[in-house]
Design a protein around this ligand. Structure first.
Ligand code: PLP
Length: 392
């Protein structure tokens, strides 16, 4: 009989979103007359912007004609889009198109890149954080340590191979300040560590004391891989598009002590595992960037951020949120009266008909915390707060 990779049995069943929707369904069945407000969603709700739609139509036109039709794309995406990405997202950073790998999803890239590394390596990540980092390392039997306090973590002189940095963090919305990132980059250079910098929410940053790209930090190109996604920045969750930057400078060591270039191996991995992103998805973003119409997607982000502000102002006033900074589509609050996060879930659902995400689903350090999202409609966001205030 074929043998299982038994590391899969070590995965903790991530029942967070499945359980949330099960509880939502149950509540609706038992309370058919009540309106639920769902603030648990980690997905965009506004439609695609006009320029993106026009780009997709232009792409379709190209594919509709014999003379212009294109088949498989290059496995790292088309150069025409990479050039626009360099111009618009990395205007002050020196990058080559061969350092950019366009794909359908940051989630897949974050998981696949681990294939390049030996199994049983040591990794460090924040807690709470995007659960994919944890699961993708469990299935490779890697040693996982948690960065509970990012200011003091380096003082313990950690001996790890990879450090994951999620900034702004999902779920907490925390950003890594520039000086702190500089310390991590310097430490990584000194200790031959690779940083995986996930900036899926960079377009939501409003603070000025952080970076949009890790490459704004001196020396980062020697050690950092950056993951960016169009899912939330351009409302692309149904279309799928993302990219990963793997600088030429990063090297790995083989078991025979030979230095190997990470970019070269990542390009091989892409050729083996992937046949390139959808041309239409690429063309939508290409048009947006080429026409310089990023204000359209920024308008949508502003809408979500205004929802977050409405939520944030209320929870700052109740003392459940300590400051009013907003750098992500989520707010992270302390559960009322020190409740466990699932107890608070039922409290909000049964008393106010509001659904959110229990913090413990993002890691053990998320216990007693709760995530609410700005991805709902303005009306629902306002109504949720009115319900909490007891005014309706
Ligand atoms: N990284 C973080 C921190 C996320 O929260 C998400 C999605 O929610 C992703 C990556 C996944 O991005 P994509 O939709 O491109 O797979």
């Amino acid at each position: 009989m074929s043998k299982l990779n038994t590391n899969y049995l070590n995965l903790k069943e991530n029942y967070l979103f499945a359980k949330i929707s099960e509880e939502k369904k149950k509540y609706i069945e038992n309370n058919p007359q009540k309106k639920i407000i769902d603030l648990s969603i980690g997905d965009v709700t506004l439609p695609l912007t006009d320029t993106i739609i026009s780009g997709i139509n232009k792409g379709l036109d190209i594919l509709s004609k014999k003379e212009t039709f294109k088949g498989y794309p290059p496995s790292s995406g088309h150069t025409f889009l990479k050039e626009e990405i360099i111009k618009k997202d990395y205007a002050n950073i020196k990058l080559s198109t061969d350092e950019i790998f366009i794909s359908d999803s940051s989630k897949s890239d974050i998981c696949h890149i681990l294939d390049i590394f030996d199994t049983g390596i040591s990794v460090a990540m924040e807690n709470p954080v995007y659960p994919v980092y944890l699961d993708s390392n469990i299935i490779r039997n890697n040693n996982i340590s948690f960065i509970k306090d990012k200011e003091t973590f380096l003082k313990s002189n950690p001996k790890v191979d990879i450090i994951y940095i999620c900034s702004p963090n999902n779920p907490t919305g925390d950003i890594w300040k520039k000086e702190l990132l500089k310390k991590y980059v310097d430490y990584a250079i000194k200790n031959d560590i690779i940083i995986f910098f996930d900036s899926a929410y960079e377009s939501f940053i409003t603070s000025s004391d952080t970076v949009h790209s890790i490459y704004e930090i001196d020396g980062a190109k020697k050690v950092a891989v950056e993951f960016r996604s169009f899912s939330k920045s351009a409302g692309y969750t149904p279309l799928r598009l993302a990219y990963t930057i793997v600088p030429f400078e990063i090297t790995l060591i083989s078991s025979l002590g030979r230095k190997i270039n990470l970019n070269t191996i990542f390009a091989h991995l892409k050729d083996i595992k992937y046949n390139g992103p959808s041309f239409l998805s690429e063309y939508g973003i290409y048009e947006l960037y080429k026409m310089n119409n990023l204000d359209e997607t920024k308008k949508n982000i502003k809408y979500y951020l205004e929802n977050v502000k409405i939520l944030s102002d209320y929870f700052v006033s109740t003392g459940q949120k300590s400051d009013s900074s907003i750098n992500s589509p989520y707010i992270w609050i302390k559960c009322k009266d020190n409740m466990d996060s699932w107890d608070y879930f039922y409290y909000l659902l049964n008393n106010y008909g509001i659904i959110g995400s229990p913090g413990v689903g993002f890691g053990i350090c998320g216990e007693k915390y709760f995530r609410l999202t700005g991805f709902s409609s303005r009306e629902n966001t306002i109504e949720a707060i009115e319900r909490l205030k007891g005014s309706i």
